[in-house]
Design a protein. Structure first.
Length: 88
């Protein structure tokens, strides 16, 4: 895992999972609230919604599947899988 943890694919996948899912879920939720498509549950704060968005990035089953389809080499797929596991 030593070399894989510093690999660009691994780091990119971690950033995508942690940052991408967090800000994607949070951004979509806030947009829905602002457009009045949905409403914030009673008694919840924006901070709590952001925390929930962080937890939403924990899932990795689909990410593992997509990684297995995305890369041709076994080394690149392994790097992506390490990134998914570490990012989740």
């Amino acid at each position: 895992i030593g070399n894989l943890a510093s690999d660009r694919i691994t780091l990119g996948v971690i950033a995508g999972l942690v940052l991408g899912k967090t800000f994607g879920v949070f951004g979509a939720t806030m947009l829905a609230i602002k457009l009045r498509i949905g409403e914030r549950p009673a008694g919840t704060s924006i901070r709590q919604l952001f925390g929930l968005s962080i937890v939403a990035g924990v899932g990795f089953t689909v990410a593992l599947f997509v990684a297995s389809l995305s890369f041709e080499s076994a080394a690149a797929t392994d790097s992506a899988k390490v990134g998914i596991l570490l990012g989740s």
